[in-house]
Design a protein around this ligand. Sequence first.
Ligand SMILES: *Cc1c(COP(=O)(O)O)cnc(C)c1O
Length: 391
Amino acid sequence: MIYMDNAATTPLDERVLRKMMPFLQGLCGNAGTAYGPGRDARNALERARQSVAALIGARPEEIFFTSGGTESDNWALRMGLQASGRRGLIVSAIEHPAVLRTAESLQKEGVRLTVLPVNGEGFVEPETLANALSGDTGLVSVMAANNEIGTIQPIHELASLTHGAGALFHTDAVQAFGQIPMDVQGDGIDLLSASAHKLYGPKGVGMLYVRRGIPMMPLISGGGQERGRRSGTENIPGIVGFGEACRLASEEMEGRNEAKAALQKVFLDRLLSENPHVLLNGARENRLPGNVNISLPGASGETMLILLDQKGICASSGSACATGSVEPSHVLLALGRSALEAKGSLRLSFSEHNTAEEAALVCDVIREEAERLRGMSLAYETYCKSADSPV
Ligand SMILES: *Cc1c(COP(=O)(O)O)cnc(C)c1O
């Protein structure tokens, strides 16, 4: 099997599993209890909090563990806006559904929602944000890196504009966290969401960074865990795994990224030169090194995935959450892609574990299968005619 869908989820690192095992087998104490196993759990919890915080230059007490990226995004938007004391919310058009759907439900509850367009490469232009900000804006949420096209946003600039308007800045960093260097102090981030299963940690655990001093109300109330901000008995094995995944990411990030960048170059060079009428979705620069997203209009992404799967290749078209629906990706439409172009998209999110041989094989398979599908596509014939005819 060739796994190139790491933006959907990553495999659990063996070393992470080994750290988790003592807390999965036998008695794992409740961190809220006073005797031995409870103390062990509590110590492990606080060590993990330090590793998570260290990855983004935060203080451990600014990290609140959650059930994952989706919960963190929900919490950040709902309570971040409330903490601001204002009613204006700004999000980008290419956010993950965890942000977009939450923003829409807040809008139904009376929040004034602004959805920022992006440019053709998927960047939120600082000017666009500057024009959207008003005295009523309480919270701006722009993702650090996009899950479909890998675009890395100018977070520092966007956050400083946001602060200029007296609002709070949240970033969904689920794709960026542990993948590229991030610094909440330097970047001016008030709230940041992350998830363990996108960096070789376990599923079902994540965190929200809340800058000290922000009066965040809890989303989930109960027994008062996480200093009253996120109740519920802590997921100790998951949190321990998350901490170890962060520790490994900080040690290995540079090496991982060099390997991924080399593969990315192979993919871009070959895919863009070997296939006719191929479009790169997203930018060449300021892009996650493990992401390639192309459109092959006329070769249905959904069908391509089935054909790739038959050859043991796991990839994605649009986002995993949208798979199964026939709707073209909202991210690709926001870039200005047509429905045909968006539906013909393929995302490869590879890791440092993939090899140059695998990359070469995947390029071969894509070229062959796309050619075959396009040979049967009337839409492709029409597309070529309009693309080739001078206007
Ligand atoms: C995966 C992902 C999420 C959701 O995280 P979960 O832990 O799976 O809930 C949110 N935002 C982005 C950008 C993601 O890639």
